[in-house]
Design a protein. Structure first.
Length: 371
């Protein structure tokens, strides 16, 4: 390890900018280099006499320059340089070789092995200090660039994570196509669709149930129910629009038009009855669900600047809502236009005419299942 007797007096650590480690098997060389560096407050000096202790000394001292003897007992100078280059702690630390030999072939081999410079020992004091400063400053600049680059990479990674998080949140709130349009710079999104199918679902008896239920249990129940509905929406290619209290709204046929929008919503509605029945059985509850469906034209768009909302407007939405409110527990109440679109692929019960506010007598049906 380093010989304390060969160390200069403790330097002012605040003033130290160059940390020099000398690896040489001769104590007299260590003493000579120490004297050459005396009076240089910006240079901290460490001497290591054994090559076997050199790597440990590097870890402890963290030099900015290594002075390495060419000939060491038990190891060739080339191998020592290769060892330094193979360690993460010393891979970029400048290595200045010291040798009594001043042969171009030897210098070329050392530089090829990874040494940065070559001095004939004992070097001139002015030249030694100048070489130390040049290589140490270059190494410090490299460390600063690496640190800045690492910080930039971290910032970019964090920015990417935040952007991905924002995109995930945006896609959770809006249909994917609408989210992409907003990302691409569209500030106002409003579209007309000639034929879509809108679904409303509401929990029958929930208002009274909520008055006797603690908040955590209530939210947990709604989360389980609506999460099941969300999974069904994804499975059938239906877009969830929103939840309002204990009501659930979804639509098929937008933002990407599709001819089978009524069948997609009908399939989802049948799955909703089954999923809701499963939740009630597991929780031993007696709530019911009403579902209303209607097909027709709508206007859809994004409203809001800070909190986005994708919503639908038009008479089709109003009638779909009334189909739900005028329906019956555990039934899927569909309008005649939806019944026509579904054709003979599903089974129905004709409910006859139902009087609805603002609509008069409307012929409706209960969806019973697939044909």
């Amino acid at each position: 390890m380093a010989d304390p007797s060969l160390q200069p007096p403790p330097a002012d650590t605040a003033a130290v900018t160059h940390r020099v480690l000398l690896v040489d098997d001769q104590a007299m060389i260590g003493q000579a280099v120490r004297r050459l560096l005396e009076g240089q407050p910006e240079i901290a000096f460490e001497f290591c006499q054994k090559s076997t202790d050199a790597l440990a000394a590097v870890e402890a001292f963290q030099p900015t320059v290594i002075l390495q003897d060419l000939v060491m007992p038990g190891i060739d100078g080339l191998d020592m340089v290769r060892q330094f280059r193979g360690l993460q702690a010393t891979a970029d630390v400048p290595v200045i070789m010291l040798s009594a030999q001043d042969e171009p072939v030897v210098k070329a081999k050392l530089l090829t092995a990874g040494a940065n410079d070559y001095l004939v020992k004992l070097p001139d004091q002015v030249e030694l200090i100048a070489r130390i400063r040049v290589h140490s400053d270059a190494y410090r600049r490299l460390l600063e660039r690496n640190a800045a680059f690492a910080a930039l990479e971290r910032s970019l990674a964090e920015l990417k994570q935040e952007r991905e998080k924002s995109e995930r949140l945006l896609r959770n709130i809006l249909p994917e196509k609408i989210a992409d349009r907003l990302k691409n710079g569209e500030s106002s999104i409003a579209d007309s669709f000639q034929s879509v199918t809108v679904l409303f679902a509401d929990l029958s008896g929930f208002t009274e149930f909520s008055q006797h239920c603690d908040a955590r249990h209530l939210v947990d129940l709604l989360d389980e129910i609506f999460s099941a509905f969300d999974q069904l929406a994804n499975a059938h290619g239906v877009e969830k629009i929103k939840t309002i209290g204990d009501a659930y709204m979804a639509v098929a046929g937008l933002p990407i038009p599709r001819d089978d929008h009524a069948a997609a919503v009908a399939g989802m509605a049948l799955g909703m009855l089954e999923a809701f029945r499963g939740v009630m059985t597991r929780r031993d509850l007696s709530l019911a669900v009403r579902i209303g469906i209607h097909s027709g034209p709508v206007v859809a768009g994004v409203i809001g600047r800070h909190k986005f909302s994708y919503d639908l407007w038009g008479d089709t939405v109003n009638l779909a809502s009334r189909m739900e409110s005028h329906g019956a527990p555990w039934r899927i109440h569909v309008s005649e236009p939806t019944r026509v679109l579904l054709g003979d692929r599903f089974r129905f019960a004709d409910r006859g005419h139902v009087t609805m506010k603002g609509k008069g007598d409307v012929r409706t049906f209960f969806l019973l299942g697939r044909a």
